[in-house]
Design a protein around this ligand. Structure first.
Ligand code: KMH
Ligand code: ZN
Length: 271
């Protein structure tokens, strides 16, 4: 079994400081939080930028600042979001890809997202995939519903995404696929052989699904984007605290944790 890749999803587009006072939102806060997660055992950081009013933004300049600040501290893999917030348009969402990061997310279909709709038409997906291919950015295929795996396979068939693909099952988003153990099993069995996968369980699903992934040979995403709590009713102190717990569980279960360099090798991204 490969070593475990832990992704820290630090900020997201939906969480506010009112909900989670320790949410990192400025480039300095995000870079420091990324570094702390790296020290605890994360090998990828999934980044959403915020503007000065702490609103989600896909600004090239702000992502650039965050990327440079993180790279000054450590070699964790920088993975910007191209999902942004539900109201961002496709060109706006694509801006951080121009930084030529090692990875970026690629959402593989449209779904409900709480009270909103997260729009990812075939046209968007092909546009995002083509641009990432052109710039040598490894897409992480974001899967919110089972049918999205078929969309990802279609992108690969068209030669817009290289194989083996890396998937992230985001399970438990209100309005999309629930986060039961059966849902994760269904998803992992549906991806092409040789693919790698991560699970991001939303809210109370984070810990059980992460534990399943550790056992099943998948990888794990944790962080305030997906879950702001450490346990029921108890807010987490930091993203690092959530990473630390996964490292501890992995150790107990006999699964070694990957460094960023080891994660690059597992994912087939060069440096
Ligand atoms: N904020 C969601 C609407 C991604 O980062 O690629 C989309 C999202 C996915 O978070
Ligand atoms: Zn995201």
């Amino acid at each position: 079994m490969d070593k475990l890749i832990i992704t820290a999803a630090l900020t997201g587009a939906e969480v506010t400081k009112e909900l989670q006072p320790n949410l990192p939102t400025t480039p300095d806060e995000i870079a420091e939080e990324a570094y702390q997660c790296y020290l605890k055992g994360a090998s990828i950081v999934h980044i959403h930028a915020r503007d000065k009013e702490r609103q989600p933004t896909q600004s090239f300049d702000i992502y650039k600042e965050i990327k440079e600040k993180i790279e000054a501290k450590c070699d964790i893999i920088f993975q910007p979001s191209t999902g942004g917030a539900v109201w961002h348009g496709p060109d706006e969402r694509l801006q951080p890809v121009d930084l030529k990061p090692e990875m970026a997310t690629l959402s593989c279909g449209t779904c409900n997202f709480g009270p909103d709709v997260f729009m990812n038409s075939e046209e968007y997906m092909e546009k995002f995939a083509s641009k990432m291919k052109e710039l040598g950015v490894k897409p992480e295929m974001e899967i919110f519903e089972r049918g999205m795996i078929e969309n990802a396979k279609k992108l690969a068939k068209k030669g817009l995404v290289e194989t083996p693909m890396h998937f992230d099952f985001v399970l438990g988003v209100p309005g999309a696929c629930p986060g039961t153990p059966e849902d994760l099993l269904h998803m992992m069995r549906a991806i092409p052989e040789g693919s790698t996968w991560t699970v991001a369980g939303v809210g109370r699903h984070e810990l059980p699904l992460a534990t399943m992934a550790i056992i099943l040979g998948g990888h794990v995403r944790v962080g305030f984007e997906d879950n702001i709590f450490y346990s029921k009713g108890e807010l987490a102190k930091s993203n690092g605290q959530l990473v630390e717990r996964i490292v501890r569980i992995a150790k107990e279960l006999g699964r070694e944790v990957a460094t960023p360099q080891e994660a690059r090798k597992i994912l087939g991204i060069g440096r």
